[in-house]
Design a protein around this ligand. Structure first.
Ligand code: COA
Length: 277
């Protein structure tokens, strides 16, 4: 595999079950504003399989590599989470060429992870880039970030789930404006609309995200998955079915060791040493 994404598993001190880590994936094509090419998708999909299978991974953070120092006489490239799919891979392609790729893509691989995911956005999150952030459970952005679905300017529409995930997140009218205008949405506006959970100064972004990831990584890894599944069901199920589904997940948790561990830890004012089942 190439170096399209860099992976670091950060051990969470005091995690239980012991050995828990946050897997930090850095999109690593800063010269191209971390645009997602075929190899990036393959690398992300491979990491999704690895993270899903590795019990130690409790939470996943996706970020973009910062721009390199400009060469002599060259201008500094902007910060980016990812400025979209790699447009250079679109030229001259027809539907038969791109269909297999879009049917098995990184956006759905991230979306289908059972473990919690956070997008750490510093800079441009456009097109397939914002769609990758939308495929995460939580988005935290720096104040200098910019969001958008500019595909309309290429004679395209979002193809990584953007129309659907954005609509569920911020509603029909706002999604229509973003998708039809292809315009840029500054971080403040993105926060007001609910595209991002929080915005922080860019110097505080990493500590804010890693702090949140640590908080999540210290919960029972079994229960975080159940919680994610229950909230996710709200996107697909009619309300009354969703409430029933939540209730059945809640009741089933009473057969887990971690429920007993958590409740006893509260009553005894001690730390919960989760076992993950
Ligand atoms: N695909 C491929 N390459 C991309 C890219 C993308 N989505 N976005 C940026 N790049 C490349 C540029 O071609 C440029 O490469 P070069 O230095 O080798 O020429 C480099 O990244 C820097 O981008 P540049 O356009 O010079 O930076 P800028 O500061 O002038 O503009 C943007 C920044 C984000 C406004 C602009 O790059 C842009 O509009 N990108 C495309 C966004 C888009 O349409 N995404 C949806 C794709 S489906």
């Amino acid at each position: 595999m190439g170096d399209e994404i860099l992976v670091e598993d950060v051990i969470v001190d005091g995690s239980s079950p012991v050995g828990g880590s946050i897997s930090v994936w850095t999109l690593n094509r800063p010269e191209k504003l971390n645009a997602l090419n075929l190899k990036s998708h393959q690398a992300i999909k491979a990491q999704c399989m690895r993270a899903e299978a590795d019990d130690d991974v409790r939470c996943i953070v996706i970020r973009g590599a910062p721009p390199p120092e400009p060469g002599e006489g060259k201008r500094q490239k902007p910060h980016a989470f990812a400025a979209g799919a790699d447009i250079s891979e679109f030229a001259g392609k027809n539907s038969d060429d791109v269909r297999p790729f879009f049917e098995d893509n990184a956006w759905e691989a991230v979306w289908n992870l059972s473990k919690p995911t956070i997008a750490m956005v510093d800079g441009f999150a456009l097109g397939g880039g914002v769609e990758l952030a939308l495929a995460c459970d939580i988005r935290v952005a720096s104040e200098r970030s910019t969001f958008g679905q500019p595909e309309i300017n290429l004679g395209l529409i979002p193809g990584g789930g953007g129309t659907q995930r954005l609509c569920r997140l911020i509603g029909y009218g706002r999604t229509m404006e973003i998708v039809l205008s292809g315009g840029m949405v500054p971080a403040q506006d993105a926060w007001k609309m609910g595209i991002v959970n929080r915005i922080v100064a860019h110097g505080d972004l990493e500590s804010a995200v890693m702090g949140l990831a640590e908080e999540i990584a210290r919960k029972s890894p079994y229960t975080t998955k159940v919680a994610k599944r229950a909230v996710r069901a709200a996107l697909d199920l009619p309300f009354s079915e969703g409430v029933l589904m939540e209730r059945s997940e809640f009741v089933a948790l009473f057969d887990t060791q971690d429920k007993e561990i958590g409740v006893r830890a509260f009553l005894e004012r001690s730390n919960a040493d989760w076992v993950g089942r």
